[in-house]
Design a protein around this ligand. Sequence first.
Ligand code: CP3
Length: 345
Amino acid sequence: MSQREHLLVRAAFKQEIERTPVWVMRQAGRYLKEYREVREKAGSFLNLCMHTEMAAEVSIQPLDLIGVDAVIMFSDILTPLIGMGMDLNFDNGPKFNNPVRNEADIDALKLPDPDESTPYVGSILRLLRSEIKDRAPVIGFAGAPFTLASYMVEGGSSKLFQVVKTLFFNRPDLARKLMKKLTRMTIDYLNYQIENGAQMVQLFDTWAGIFSVDDFREFIFPSIQEIFAGLNDQGKVPRVYYINGGHHLLKLAAQSGADVVGLDWRPDLGETKRLIGDQVALQGNLDPNVLFCEPEVIKAKVKEILDKFGPQSGHIFNLGHGIDKEVNPDHLRVMVQAVKDLSVR
Ligand code: CP3
């Protein structure tokens, strides 16, 4: 490591920065033709996730091609569930052939040793650290327990979440049992990533926002607190908690033990800073669809967000959700360059 910690890590801990760091959720993905070429060679999305060299290659592409300030390891939130016994495929979006619907299904879930169930994750992280050296920090991640549970119970993606909500409301005892297992798995999995070189970790709770404040507090919040309390290297490896559609949950998110709260594009960044900015750093929150607009519009929207946060440390620029596969990479370059130019202290 050079004398100074990476910009991303300093912003996450609200230490002195010379400008705002920027990276993008799903930055390694289909909007890049270089990604699509490697994905083609791999044959399938899961093969790509499990192939150390190819996964590392696509992880590094946005650093070289776009100029972001961090590399997120290429993987998916659902892959560690394979080691728990889930039969996962990605033929047309994620699908589980053996959805979890009753107590026997929950009891059958294994708690794997990550070094045995996801050895490729450790080897991707180690390869990334040695290839990138000090050019940028490497971000690890996991799906939060409820977001994982929603796919496991529904059997795939869902719009209304009727099956998983019915299970949680009818049988809170089973919900707690499932959440407990997923919480344990997630702590082990993230600590494994930290041991293997992750320099920041993000917990994706994409679907937690479908719950009311009370239901979130009952079913989800305890597991998030337990995860952050159970992670190693506190104060050294920043921890991000991201919820999509979680504007009613921001105060709780700030009390979860995370160092950084990741925002979608809906909440006002200035108001959110006033609400929870004394407790946590903030990450976000450009509307991903802005990347379809003219370069001048992209720059103006970047400036609006930077101005809302102001010059203090404690902001990591990102989109409010993953980048769309139809975005022109030049537009993302415009966004990244605008953050770099307009945020110099
Ligand atoms: O951010 C990155 O660049 C790192 C890689 C990453 C992927 N997925 C790669 C991926 C990360 C961090 C994720 C997280 C993820 N995966 C989430 C949480 C964040 C969010 O988007 O809300 C969720 C809910 C998933 C589950 C998942 N994986 C879905 C719903 C899909 C299908 C989406 C689609 O657009 O088809 C995936 C597949 C997936 N994960 C792809 C990528 C690049 C596309 C598959 C392909 O290339 O064929």
